[in-house]
Design a protein around this ligand. Structure first.
Ligand SMILES: NC(=O)C1=CN([C@@H]2O[C@H](COP(=O)(O)OP(=O)(O)OC[C@H]3O[C@@H](n4cnc5c(N)ncnc54)[C@H](O)[C@@H]3O)[C@@H](O)[C@H]2O)C=CC1
Ligand SMILES: O=C(O)[C@@H]1CCC=N1
Length: 283
């Protein structure tokens, strides 16, 4: 199949090409198909055969080994590869981008819209996004930034794709996308770390492993639902659990004395800095 279709009319704005069919692409594809996007309108370029096979088997999407085949007739290209290979991947498809003028959507940490625009040959419509893994359940959140070349229709198209993964929030200042990455892109891992630590501490107090795991997981789920559904702040909800002189106060004072807030701040600062480093290191 030719990489660059000479007939631009063959390009469909409704056809979505994923370049990279790994974990995050799989989550987004699951959301798109579950919410009604025709699998035949989704192309996935993924070099690993086993991943291609499972995407085709699970979602009925069209899978190919090479990006050139996936992008030929697609109006939207979703770049879902690691930041470290993004430049090489863009170089390989830049000539087609110049011919077909697609909307380029990236989910890569760190990589800026200006880099993507430049690597795709310049004057390209680019939406830089940062989803997270709860996308797999439609319970994710994605930050999005559009460069000035993106039309209203393309903005809507990007929003529709990422909305299948959960909530969306547009960011006007791209410099803040590294902070979005640090808070919500990486954030599920922080919740899982807390769950691991709560489970281990519960086991250390004598609880059976399964019981400790269920107690920790269900507690995080319930607390997260209260945060989202009650309309109250985390501080108010925390104080309501904390009876004066009670068990929670004993725990919270221990967290505060151990520098919990400063530690979270340092962690999110480190993740934000790493996003900037990924941009510079892969330019
Ligand atoms: N894992 C996460 O929680 C999140 C990841 N991201 C971003 O998503 C991107 C992908 O991350 P994951 O899905 O976790 O990684 P992954 O490693 O699971 O997926 C990347 C896929 O790209 C494929 N690939 C490599 N070279 C390719 C090429 N030339 N053409 C087509 N495919 C190629 C790989 O075989 C792999 O399957 C990264 O840029 C990451 O920053 C964004 C939000 C959250
Ligand atoms: O750790 C990472 O670099 C990616 C981006 C956000 C979540 N995972």
């Amino acid at each position: 199949m030719s990489a660059a279709s000479s007939e631009s009319t063959a390009v469909s704005p409704a056809t979505i090409a994923f370049i990279g069919g790994g974990n995050m692409a799989r989550s987004l594809i699951a959301g798109l198909v579950a919410r009604g996007t025709a699998p035949a309108s989704i192309r996935v370029a993924e070099p690993v055969e086993a991943l291609r096979d499972s995407l085709r088997a699970d979602y009925g999407v069209v899978t190919v080994a090479d990006a050139a085949e996936a992008i030929a007739d697609a109006g939207v290209w979703v770049f879902a590869v690691k930041p470290q290979v993004m430049r090489t991947v863009c170089d390989a498809v830049a000539a087609t981008a110049a011919e077909t003028d697609p909307l380029a959507v990236s989910i890569a940490a760190g990589i800026t819209s200006a880099q993507l625009d430049r690597w795709l040959g310049g004057d390209r419509a680019v939406v830089r996004t940062m989803p997270n893994t709860p996308a797999l359940l439609g319970a994710g959140i994605t930050g999005l930034f559009a460069n000035p070349r993106v039309s209203d229709a393309q903005r809507d198209a990007a929003e529709r794709i990422l909305a299948t993964a959960g909530e969306t929030v547009w960011i006007d200042d791209e410099a803040l996308m590294d902070a979005v990455t640090a808070v919500s892109g990486s954030g599920p891992a922080y919740a899982f770390l807390l769950a691991e630590a709560m489970q281990a501490a519960g086991q250390a107090q004598g609880l059976p492993e399964d019981t400790a795991r269920t107690l920790a997981a269900q507690t995080l789920l319930g607390a997260a639902r209260m945060l989202v559904e009650s309309g109250e702040t985390a501080e108010v909800l925390r104080k309501r659990v904390t009876s004066p002189g009670g068990t929670t106060q004993a725990a919270i004072e221990t967290f505060e004395a151990g520098g919990f807030r400063a530690l979270v701040d340092a962690a999110i600062t480190a993740a934000t800095r790493r996003g900037r480093e990924l941009s510079a290191a892969n330019d």
